[in-house]
Ligand binder design. Sequence first.
Ligand SMILES: CC(C)(COP(=O)(O)OP(=O)(O)OC[C@H]1O[C@@H](n2cnc3c(N)ncnc32)[C@H](O)[C@@H]1OP(=O)(O)O)[C@@H](O)C(=O)NCCC(=O)NCCS
Length: 152
Amino acid sequence: MSREHGLCRKLTADDAMKMHALEKRCFSLPWSLEQCRLSFSRLAFAAFGLFSEQEALFAYISFYHVADEMEILNLAVVPEMRRQGHGHFLLTTALKAGRKLGIQKVWLEVREHNTAALALYAGCGFQPCGRRNKYYTDTGEDALVLALTLSA
Ligand SMILES: CC(C)(COP(=O)(O)OP(=O)(O)OC[C@H]1O[C@@H](n2cnc3c(N)ncnc32)[C@H](O)[C@@H]1OP(=O)(O)O)[C@@H](O)C(=O)NCCC(=O)NCCS
């Protein structure tokens, strides 16, 4: 529990509808409800969410973890709650969980023009390590691949 950031807890399949609603508010290519539901059936999948006192999910992060690698899948904060440190809090929460799981390498993909996310990731030590040309089908933007090596 963190009062400053609402209630932080691991998400379960019961949260899939809230997760989908948040996705729709934050992404131009949101995960469908089916994708959200199915993700929880994968052993490698995990997600943490931040909830208001009214139990509204206002931010979440999801990732895959396999052996010593973690892939951050999605990180989203509803527009009216941005710039209050919630994104940074969730990212560091996921990285802490990663350390406990023995993760050494973390990577993610981000839109090349997503200045907010790029600044957040750079601030947490992520560095560019690749580019996927025209990766996003809605805008034709490239994806930048960022990586972070976790120290023990
Ligand atoms: C990216 C996102 C998750 C950031 O969440 P947030 O809670 O607003 O971020 P924080 O308040 O924790 O900000 C942490 C740092 O990120 C950077 N940052 C965040 N928003 C920024 C913005 N709009 N412009 C520039 N830098 C920004 C800053 O360095 C900030 O530190 P500071 O406030 O001390 O300057 C949020 O903007 C979002 O949900 N965007 C839409 C979904 C998305 O693009 N997700 C990323 C997918 S890869």
